[in-house]
Design a protein around this ligand. Sequence first.
Ligand code: R5P
Length: 292
Amino acid sequence: MSKFTVIGGNSSQDLAKKLSKKLKADLITSKVRVFPDGESKITLDGKLSKNKTIVVQSIYPPVDTNLIQTLSLVSKAKESSNEIIVIIPYMGYARQDREFLSGEIITMKVLGILFKGVGASRIIVVDIHSMIGLKHFKIKVKNVSAIPDLVYYFKKMKLKDPIVISPDQGGKERAKEFARKFECEYIALIKHRDRKTGKVQIKTSRLEEIKGRDLILVDDMISTGGSIIKATEFLRKQKCRRVFVACTHALLINGAEKKIKKSGVAKIVSVNTIPGKTSLVDISDTIAQAIK
Ligand code: R5P
């Protein structure tokens, strides 16, 4: 038996397998049965290490189901292992990190209490929406960046005079980091989202400098695709060449992929924090390095 075990949660089985190979750890798979009323029944297949267990489970939709499964896996692992490292490649609820409108509950605060309560020693996430969310956790937390892996992918593509674009000011630092590694320029658009309706508008007026150039739209996540679609429609009007999307977490809710392609995006490239058709970049190496 290895010094530690990796538990592959239902939402991250493939990533957990890759990670256990890289870490030379024993992999324990979980079988999940979700009852008609929505309750999850989880069965683990294997013996847990006394030393350390790594739980790998992304919290993408169904978010609450995957969240309770993650908490249950940690709680079970704590019965046998001294140290529990929780890898949450995509952290659902990360956007609920502050009180935007009066009376709103900061769910990240609740998550901080829950993960500590079930016995998590350390949490590792990938490209969290904002570091503010992690401040609510009173245990060790680490955010790892998928940008080097995404840049590596895009470097292999043949692009014409590329320039990196952030769809909003909130993503400016991310775009800057991507552009620095990719060795090109970057621009951050001005986006407005109505906090009540969720409707998105691009407020940037004109961008002469993107004419005839290939663009890489960099974002942390795509949910409904609204931000990417509005940005692409604006960028196409400025007569750019092709628009590519580089994002970490592709949730692609309600047919978002089709709608994004229709708006003029040539290709969406995302990371396997969420498995799917667009997750062409593997983050297991980067996570393995963060654990070591
Ligand atoms: C917003 O600040 C985020 O970085 C993403 O741009 C946003 O959450 C994506 O959501 P949607 O795809 O629904 O616009």
